[in-house]
Design a protein around this ligand. Structure first.
Ligand SMILES: Nc1ncnc2c1ncn2[C@@H]1O[C@H](COP(=O)(O)OP(=O)(O)O)[C@@H](O)[C@H]1O
Ligand SMILES: [Mg+2]
Length: 378
């Protein structure tokens, strides 16, 4: 995620009759990123992505793909390097599924065998059994299946950049959620730059590494989903996020993001004699006792230490409620704590080693917009 693949520099599009569809837009997209463009109908999302593959030519500014000004690039070569997936898919009705998918590779002169292999691979990738689907015609497919074929076709020539314009917009909510999940799985396997247009903020949050929120041809905020949920730039963005910003944020955050790291709070079980000094140094009233492997054993309090606390005093872990894990969803942990009337929990890593603690205060901080969560990155 380091070098810039796409750069928009003061880009505008004014259509001949005067509509300012894109208004002085600048941004950079880094290697491997999926950017979701979100905003109400007519705000300029489609025009913005079409400017990249030059289906629309800018009336101002410059667009760079891999440091090359797209205005200076051969249009055919440019479009070859950019896959395009749209809402109504635009499958050719007289071509079979495999012919539709292999269209661009065929135009590019791929030999038949390579085309067939690629088609099979892509059908698997988008969850369609080749034997059942390769010879079907588009009118023999459901909406969700057509959309999967559309995605396969967009990927066919293995372009490094893909534009997806409301690809799931026309699907029922269940199919749509399924395709979103598949999209996320697919993304982990294909390291591509994706520009994904949607009018649905939830979809933008779920699929984007960063979100470009658009209004009247301008980008009003370009940030990570977390940042947009925590700190919407203005009332318009806040409105787009909706009332349940906190709940949406909870789904994105992991315990590691809000916990307090265990640094300075731990003491090995065989060195409890140092507890008093450790407490004085760190200002903590409670220490977390760990075994030789760094696994959480229990706690020892100031009072216990004052009474000459030894290993028998260590308050053992409450087996009814196991420690939280760093990768747990914040909401799940909060629920478990409320249900078990616990105000704090130790946090362990996958290896069961103690990593930190999560307290009710961590949750409270995270709901307070503007404050960075105490433990993690936001
Ligand atoms: N080919 C065109 N000619 C004239 N106006 C257009 C054209 N395409 C889009 N527009 C106008 O530009 C604005 C932005 O459109 P668009 O980029 O399609 O928005 P979105 O995808 O966000 O709904 C709208 O006002 C739309 O009517
Ligand atoms: Mg559009």
């Amino acid at each position: 995620m380091s070098h810039v693949i796409i750069k928009f520099d003061g880009v505008s599009k004014v259509f001949p009759e005067g509509t300012r569809a894109v208004d002085d837009v600048s941004f950079e997209i880094f290697d491997g990123e999926c950017i979701t463009f979100v905003g109400p109908s007519g705000c300029g999302k489609t025009t913005t992505v079409k400017l990249l593959n030059r289906l629309v030519e800018p009336t101002g500014g410059h667009i760079y793909l891999n440091d090359q000004d797209t205005a200076q690039t051969d249009v055919i070569a440019l479009r070859r390097s950019i896959g395009y997936v749209i809402q109504d898919v635009g499958l050719f009705p007289h071509m079979t599924v495999s012919q539709n998918i292999a269209l661009v590779p065929r135009l590019q002169g791929w030999p038949e065998r390579k085309r067939n292999e690629r088609t099979e691979e892509l059908l698997h990738l988008v969850g369609l059994e080749p034997a059942a689907f390769r010879n079907r015609y588009p009118n023999q497919l459901s909406g969700g299946q057509k959309q999967r074929v559309g995605v396969a076709r967009g990927l066919a020539a293995d372009p490094p950049v893909i534009l997806m314009d409301e690809p799931f917009g026309a699907l029922d909510p269940i199919t749509r959620a399924q395709l979103q999940d598949e999209f996320l799985r697919l993304r982990r396997r294909l390291k591509k730059v994706i520009l994904f247009v949607t009018h649905d903020m939830d979809e933008a949050i779920k699929l984007g590494d960063r979100i470009a929120v658009m209004r009247n041809g301008k980008i009003v905020q370009f940030d990570t989903p977390r940042k947009i949920l925590r700190e919407p730039a203005d009332p318009f963005v806040r409105d787009m996020v909706g009332r349940e910003g906190g709940i949406k944020l909870m789904k994105l955050l992991r315990i590691a993001d809000i916990m307090d790291p265990a640094d300075g709070m731990t003491i090995p079980a065989d060195r409890l004699s140092e507890a008093e000094r450790r407490m004085a140094e760190s200002g903590k009233d409670i220490l977390l006792v760990v075994d030789k492997e760094g696994r959480f054993q229990g706690t020892i309090s100031y009072e216990q230490v004052m009474r000459g606390g030894r290993s028998g005093d260590v308050a053992l872990l409450d087996r009814a409620l196991p420690p939280a894990e760093t990768t747990d969803e914040v909401g799940h942990t909060l629920e478990a704590m409320l249900r078990n009337k616990r105000v704090w929990l130790p946090v362990v890593g996958e290896d069961q080693k103690l990593r930190g603690v999560v307290t009710m205060t961590n949750f409270a901080c995270f709901f307070t917009a503007g404050d960075a969560p105490s433990g993690g990155t936001s």
